[in-house]
Structures are given as structure tokens and as C-alpha cells.
Design a protein around this ligand. Structure first.
Ligand code: PRP
Ligand code: ZN
Length: 294
């Protein structure tokens, strides 16, 4: 029997869609049964476990899963609370589910800096990260641990402020709170168990990593084509965002002009196309890139 790689991802919530999409773009088709804990991938020897995000660091650390996709906020908190000997480690950032862990307080609060939090009770599900930040700021405040619905704590008078995840800011707003300070900036990260994988498992992991890398680098990448005066090749190449070596082709019957084809590793904006026109480019085409492998 082949050794299968077990990936833990969030069952539902902020990270869930992005995680499924990343795996899908890596060519893994997962059947997403409603109350199922397991998803099997047909194309590769991979199993997907669907979990609550807070459980993922522990499942990966305990060897129940080999790798996992988790918010950096949850992972760092687990490291702080469970100790640095926890046998899970960060592999790479994944560039989605960006959010901030922020101190927030009542809208009418006149907050100037962290000193304003001295002696206050701060409700949070992140006592580790919150405590570390307060210590760095040199402020003595009291984190009050809450498992959920942190944002209602000030209204219920169980806390003066909160330290919670802010993505769009809608949750704070709906609860009469405003953001005051950023404690931690987060995005989805890939983590793995620290123990060595079997060579079979390591090979599956390496193949998956290459695909993830390809998906991430091609996410914003575009294939750009244009015609340009031969004299402008240098200026245009220098201007194009994230281009190493463009392909330059002769145009039949037009000795002064060339076609330039290039892979731009960053987003290409309208303003940049206008700039290219000014440099002499014409017939500019920007095409999406579906897959990329170095
Ligand atoms: C966070 C936080 C808020 C919400 C903020 O929860 O606790 O409920 O997201 O998002 P908004 O700024 O867009 O309104 P999270 O998704 O991390 O869920 P969990 O803590 O229940 O796992
Ligand atoms: Zn959670």
C-alpha cells in the first residue's frame, strides 16, 4: 500500500475557500461531503482532513496529519501557548486570507497610544500574541481569555477593549468598536510536522510543494505581448514589472519594429499600459497565465 500524505485544512470559515481553491489549482480534486471529516484525492496519494482551524496546529504537531493550511495568527498563538518545542513548523506563506489581529475599543474612546490600555481588561482568543505585544509595548493590561464572540465583551462590560481578528472590519463596526492598534499581521501559511517523512511521503510532499509554488507565482502573473520600436526595447524591458528576459521577435517587412513577449510576475495595471504606449508600444495584449513551473 502506498503511503498517503495527509493534509489538514479548515472545514468552513475564513480560510476554507482559499484552501480548497489552492488545492484545486494544484490539480487535486476533493469531494467535499457535508459532514465528512475526510476527503480523498484520486489523482495523487493524498487525503484531506477537514477540521476546525484551531485544531489544525495540534493535529499536525501530533502526527495525525502531515501538513496543514492555517492562519499564521492561529499557528503563532499555538506556538506561544504550547511552547516552542511543538513539533510543527512553517513551510511557506500562501498569500491569501490576509487579516490583522488588532486591539479595538469603543468608538467614542480617545485613544492615542498603547499607554491608554494600562490597567484595562482586553478580551481575546489570542492571549499569547496579545500578551507578547503588551509586553513589547511596556504596558500592563489584563488579557481576558474568551473562546468566541469576543466583540460583544465591551458591551457586556466584561472587558474594556478587545484584541481580535479584523478582516473587512464589519464585525467591529457592527459592535460599536473601532480598531486602535495592530498586534499581528497574518495570512494563510503551510505548516508541516517536524519529523522526517518516509521517502515515499517526502516525494509526494515535494511534488505538491512545486505545484503550490507554481500556483502562487502564477497567481498575479500575466503574459504580455506588444509591438514596439526596436530602439525602445531597453526602456520597455526595464519598465515591465517583474520581467527577467523578454522574447524579442522581428516583424515581417518592418525592420524598425519588433514584437516583445514577456511574462510579468506581478499584476499589470491600466496605468502601466498607458506608460508603455508613451514608450512607443502598440497593439498591447495582456493574457492570463494558467500554469507555471520553473
Ligand atoms: C474573525 C473575528 C471576527 C471576524 C472579523 O473570526 O473573530 O468574527 O473574523 O472579520 P471582519 O473584519 O471581516 O468582520 P475568524 O474568521 O478568525 O473565525 P474564528 O475565530 O471563529 O475561527
Ligand atoms: Zn477558529
Amino acid at each position: 500500500m502506498t503511503d498517503r500524505l495527509r493534509i489538514a485544512i479548515q472545514k468552513s470559515g475564513r480560510l476554507s475557500d482559499g484552501s480548497f481553491e489552492l488545492l484545486k489549482n494544484c490539480g487535486l480534486k476533493i469531494s467535499r461531503g457535508k459532514d465528512r471529516l475526510y476527503g480523498r484525492v484520486k489523482e495523487m496519494p493524498i487525503d484531506v482532513m477537514l477540521l476546525r482551524d484551531d485544531d489544525i496546529p495540534e493535529f499536525v504537531a501530533d502526527d495525525a496529519c502531515d501538513i496543514g493550511i492555517i492562519g499564521e495568527n492561529v499557528f503563532e498563538e499555538a506556538l506561544l501557548v504550547d511552547g516552542h518545542d511543538a513539533p510543527a513548523e512553517r513551510v511557506m506563506p500562501l498569500g491569501f486570507a490576509r487579516c490583522k489581529l488588532m486591539i479595538a475599543g469603543p468608538k467614542e474612546w480617545d485613544y492615542e497610544n498603547a499607554n491608554g490600555l494600562a490597567g484595562k481588561r482586553i478580551a481575546t482568543s489570542y492571549p499569547g500574541l496579545t500578551g507578547a505585544w503588551l509586553e513589547r509595548e511596556g504596558v500592563k493590561a489584563r488579557p481576558v481569555m474568551m473562546k468566541g464572540s469576543v466583540e460583544v465583551a465591551p458591551r457586556l462590560k466584561v472587558a474594556d477593549a478587545v484584541c481580535d481578528i479584523v478582516s473587512t472590519g464589519a464585525t467591529l463596526d457592527a459592535n460599536g468598536l473601532k480598531p486602535l492598534a495592530t498586534v499581528f499581521e497574518s495570512e494563510a501559511v503551510l505548516i508541516r510536522n517536524r519529523n522526517a517523512f518516509s521517502s515515499e511521503k517526502q516525494a509526494i510532499f515535494d511534488a505538491l510543494l512545486k505545484r503550490i509554488d507554481g500556483v502562487i507565482t502564477s497567481r498575479d502573473a500575466k503574459y504580455v505581448m506588444m509591438n514596439a520600436p526596436r530602439a525602445a526595447i531597453g526602456a520597455i524591458t526595464e519598465y515591465l514589472p517583474g520581467v527577467d528576459a523578454p522574447t524579442v521577435l522581428d516583424l515581417a517587412g518592418q525592420p524598425d519594429k519588433v514584437a516583445i513577449h514577456a511574462v510579468c510576475r506581478e499584476s499589470v495595471f491600466w496605468g502601466q499600459l498607458e506608460e508603455l504606449k508613451k514608450l512607443g508600444a502598440s497593439a498591447i495584449l495582456v493574457l492570463p497565465i494558467e500554469k507555471m513551473m520553473a
